[in-house]
Design a protein. Structure first.
Length: 168
């Protein structure tokens, strides 16, 4: 793994996203129709924001008018696409130098407001944004008696081969 902390953060995001998709895929039939719709909207929103910022990092137009898909994709399609984007972020971030992490990227939000962030700030945003909304998804699961996936850095380190954290 790369020496900079952004690589670890994005690896944690990928791991946590996959865990959430596993739990949701396994238990989607236990959610009410309304809860399942909200869950898909949460997952789609995380994914679309990931895609938008991927395009910003690449200097490409993304074509989204809002931070959500129209129409809403099916869960299986969304899970596959999210895994691909997460893999892309892991590969992309591991290849960045400190100078590249500090480079400013100018872009326009879907609202039309111009903005700019350093590449590292974009990576941090993608990670924190995903964490926030995985928490929303986890709350819905818990309300329906479903245990959400593990999502903490300590859980990631415990589950990984790093050996840096072990419960006693």
């Amino acid at each position: 793994m790369s020496a900079h902390p952004y690589a670890q953060l994005i690896a944690i995001k990928r791991w946590a996203d996959r865990g959430l998709y596993e739990v949701v895929s396994e238990h989607i039939d236990r959610l009410t129709k309304e809860d399942a719709s909200i869950m898909l909207r949460i997952l789609d929103h995380i994914h679309v924001v990931d895609r938008i910022f991927q395009h910003h990092l690449l200097g490409l137009s993304h074509g989204f008018q809002a931070p959500r898909s129209e129409p809403l994709p099916e869960l299986r399609e969304l899970a596959s696409s999210a895994a691909q984007i997460d893999d892309w972020y892991v590969s992309y971030v591991e290849g960045l130098t400190q100078n590249e992490l500090e480079q400013r990227v100018d872009f326009v939000f879907t609202s039309g407001k111009p903005a700019g962030m350093q590449r590292g700030e974009i990576i941090a945003h993608v990670c924190l944004h995903g964490t926030y909304h995985r928490g929303n998804a986890g709350a819905i699961l818990q309300l329906r008696g479903i245990t959400p996936s593990r999502d903490a850095i300590t859980d990631f380190l415990d589950a990984s081969d790093s050996g840096r954290y072990r419960r006693r």
